[in-house]
Design a protein around this ligand. Structure first.
Ligand code: NAD
Length: 359
């Protein structure tokens, strides 16, 4: 069976890092049909829109999208609907990508890159699953109004609505349990059930969904404690599942535990398993075009694509172990370089991964 993959390199370092990830995918000798299309600022320059209809159609017709990064300061003055970042929001919305998966892995060789002590973070391997399309970010009503009652009656007030429908909680909880089944079978659901009705409801539904997954150990944690535990003893976690706003904050906190943004992949999935896979970093215009960007986050995103959208976990393992080998052999791009390692460029890092794959 041919798997259709849409490759959207984007802006800044996007094309350079994508080139390496595509080389790695092609080296696996799988039946892949890979089509490329412009997105972000590059698409705006070519077609007048950051997410042209042809690019969206290609993404929708594919099993998975491999996305580089978008954005550049030169587009900052464009009206909001034409800014490069709108492409990601449009793809999320149009493809119904509701589950954001962000692993935070700290390879032992890179332990000194973390701002935490190596003994706390070395070997860290957690997966944060953030609900992406609901919660206070999208709840209605929202706006600014004049308060009609209470202590501040007559004053202007800003307000948003936190809400989650039962089906939204069920489907993200399912992703949480199923991801835990593929790992160490521990799921921690993060909420604020001691204060928020939405969170208490979230917790009740997660407990109900847990009945279908007796092999997964479920725990619950309040978000304030989770923020603390992530820096105190992060290795206690396997998979964390949480809502949009808490996940937004915790996934960035977890990313920083590793200290190396150039190493972190991510996935956003919809209910039919289609996904968009991208590095967690941006387009790094400050280093674009110089063959110094780290391509590993994108290469690891390609591994996630194989695992989560194409159902090829053994091939994903092959890429991930090739990356481990390359790090163990001492190859480093500038962002993760330390004394006594070998500094390589973007393309040379790609070469090293290809060699490790073959060896
Ligand atoms: P950034 O992640 O692009 O860069 C932050 C810092 O990390 C920079 O110093 C950069 O050089 C470095 N860096 C990032 N990726 C790297 C890599 N692979 N290898 C080596 N170093 C790397 O964030 P920013 O500077 O805040 O944003 C730059 C642009 O990216 C903006 O236009 C922003 O809107 C956009 N952005 C896009 C995405 C996305 O496409 N998903 C995400 C975040 C930011």
């Amino acid at each position: 069976m041919t798997h259709k993959i849409a490759v959207l390199p984007g802006d800044g370092i996007g094309p350079e890092i994508m080139e390496q990830a595509v080389r790695v995918l092609k080296a696996l000798d799988l039946d892949l049909s890979i089509d490329e299309a412009p997105v972000g600022g590059a698409a705006y320059d070519l077609k007048g829109h950051p997410l042209p209809p042809e690019t969206l159609a290609l993404a929708q017709a594919s099993s998975a999208v491999l996305f580089g990064a978008v954005g550049d300061w030169k587009y900052d003055k464009l009206p909001r609907e034409h800014r490069p970042e709108q492409a990601i929001l449009g793809l999320r919305r149009q493809m119904g990508l509701f589950a954001n998966l962000r692993p935070a892995i700290l390879y032992p060789e890179l332990a000194s890159a973390s701002s935490l002590k190596p003994e706390i973070v070395s070997g860290l391997d957690i997966l944060i699953i953030r609900e992406l399309t609901g919660d206070i970010y999208f709840g209605q009503p929202r706006g600014v109004r004049t308060a009609v009652d209470g202590q501040f009656a007559g004053e202007r007030e800003g307000y948003d609505t936190m809400r989650y429908a039962e089906s939204e909680i069920r489907r993200i909880a399912k992703v949480g349990f199923e991801s835990a089944q593929k790992r160490n079978r521990k799921l921690c659901s993060v909420d604020k059930a001691n204060v928020l009705e939405t969170s208490q409801f979230w917790r009740d539904i997660v407990i109900d969904v847990a009945k279908e997954y007796p092999d997964v150990e479920l725990s619950h944690m309040y978000v304030d404690n989770a923020a603390m535990q992530l820096v105190k003893a992060p290795r206690q976690f396997d998979v964390i599942v949480t809502g949009n706003i808490f996940g937004d904050i915790l996934s960035d906190e977890a990313a920083m535990l590793t200290g190396s943004i150039g190493m972190l992949p991510s996935a956003s999935l919809n209910s039919s398993g289609q996904g968009l896979y991208e590095p967690s970093h941006g387009s790094a215009p400050d280093i674009a075009g110089r063959n110094i960007a780290n391509p590993l986050a994108t290469i690891l995103s390609a591994a996630m694509l194989l695992r989560y959208s194409l159902g090829l976990p053994a091939q994903a393992d092959r890429i991930e172990s090739a990356v481990r080998k390359v790090l163990a052999a001492g190859y480093r791009t500038a962002d993760i370089f330390e004394e006594n390692t070998e500094k390589v460029g973007t393309a040379q890092m790609g070469d090293a991964v290809l060699k490790a794959l073959a060896g």
